[in-house]
Design a binder for this molecule. Structure first.
Ligand SMILES: Nc1ncnc2c1ncn2[C@@H]1O[C@H](COP(=O)(O)OP(=O)(O)OP(=O)(O)O)[C@@H](O)[C@H]1O
Ligand SMILES: [Mg+2]
Length: 355
């Protein structure tokens, strides 16, 4: 069945069948699965550990993430999605399959397979969209419906997406920063920047290498960002510090140093300013009526990267529009996908159409 055929039959026969339909936020950093009536049942890192010789999947999610940089040569722990899109098709398929199975194992082979609503970045090409669609089907979905990530995030955060008013969403994930203006159930203007949380981690690692001569891995950089990262001085007026371990850049010997939150802030300045430029560009493309709605309603900041300390205040200042961080920044996308599953007719217009 083609993608368009799958869209046209959407909504028919919902409920009343024995299959468990699912909402999936297939993210660069984290994958979440939610089920109607149950809510979120899987929330794990998008990582798969593989035995190289046989391509056998050893672990997915939390267990696989703990293996990154700790695997012997015979194994690898990989992120199958890069920048929000499928980088390794087979591994993505294996990951979706493992998570679908974890969310709702099919007890009997004759039970219908699930229908799933899955998100994709709004900048995805048709080849990238098709990769998500095909991987979902191969992973065990009976049907897959695609939705653009910021649209799902807006619905998950209860923005009035179907109303005749402009809502603006900035979703900063691990791989992409998605900016979208939504009105009357559709995305009016959008853009996707392949720079988000992962690039913040890289910027921290590079800065600390240059400043303190220490080499750290991606997991350590992420922990630093979450624990003491910020883009403005903290609201309590106190700076933080943290002891980290890594390797000396020259001798490669173990090295321990204390880092300061001011140093982490300096590292984050360039990637965050690139995001600001990108958001401003998208706002400029918005028509004046919607722009005035956005100035009044403010901008929703969501995605894990949106939780960076001080980012809402920094963006409010730079954009001169109120920006507020969603308290459910990490779960909005999957909850938005779930809404589509639960009320398919009302929100059917929000699903993606491909040529
Ligand atoms: N408190 C925090 N402060 C700063 N960054 C955070 C915080 N919590 C999570 N993050 C970052 O958020 C990112 C993950 O966010 P999220 O789960 O929304 O991404 P994703 O949906 O998997 O990625 P994408 O949407 O780009 O495909 C990671 O880079 C993580 O380090
Ligand atoms: Mg995301």
């Amino acid at each position: 069945m083609s993608f368009l055929d799958s869209l046209t039959d959407f909504g028919f026969g919902m409920g009343g069948q024995m299959s468990t339909d699912m909402a999936i936020d297939l993210g660069t950093a984290n994958t979440l699965v939610a089920i109607p009536g149950e809510g979120i049942v899987v929330n794990e890192p998008s990582v798969v550990a593989i035995e190289k010789a046989t391509h056998r999947v050893l672990a997915v999610g939390h267990e696989a993430k703990s293996m990154i940089n700790h695997t012997p040569d015979a194994f690898s722990a990989e992120h199958p999605l890069h920048d929000g899109v499928v980088a390794d098709y087979d591994v993505t398929e294996a990951m979706i399959s493992a998570f679908i199975n974890k969310a709702a194992p099919r007890k009997y082979p004759w039970q219908p397979k699930p229908r799933i609503v899955v998100c994709i970045p709004c900048g995805a090409t048709s080849v990238e969209k098709r990769a998500v669609f095909e991987a979902s089907i191969q992973a065990g979905a009976r049907q897959a419906y695609l939705i653009e990530e910021p649209m799902a995030a807006a619905m998950g955060a209860d923005l009035p997406v179907t109303e005749p008013t402009g809502s603006m969403v900035v979703d900063i994930g691990g791989g992409t920063t998605e900016v979208a203006v939504i009105s009357l159930g559709g995305i009016v203007t959008s853009s996707s920047l392949r720079l988000a949380g992962n690039r913040m981690d890289e910027a921290i690692a590079m800065h600390l290498r240059d400043l303190l001569g220490i080499k750290i891995g991606e997991r350590t950089a992420e922990i630093i960002k979450i624990k003491i990262g910020s883009i403005l001085p903290f609201e309590d007026g106190r700076e933080r510090d943290m002891v980290i371990s890594g390797q000396d850049v020259i001798t490669e010997q173990p090295k321990e140093v204390t880092i300061q939150s001011e140093d982490v802030r300096a590292a984050l300045q360039a990637p965050i300013d690139e995001m600001v430029t990108h958001i401003k560009e998208t706002f400029k493309k918005t028509n004046p009526d919607l722009a005035s709605d956005i100035i009044q309603n403010g901008i929703l900041l969501t995605g894990g990267g949106g939780l960076l300390a001080g980012l809402d205040r920094y963006l409010t200042d730079k954009l001169e529009i109120p920006v507020w961080t969603s308290p459910t920044a990490l779960t909005n996308v999957v909850m938005g996908c779930l809404k589509v599953l639960e009320t398919p007719q009302a929100l059917r217009q929000t699903l993606m159409r491909t040529k």
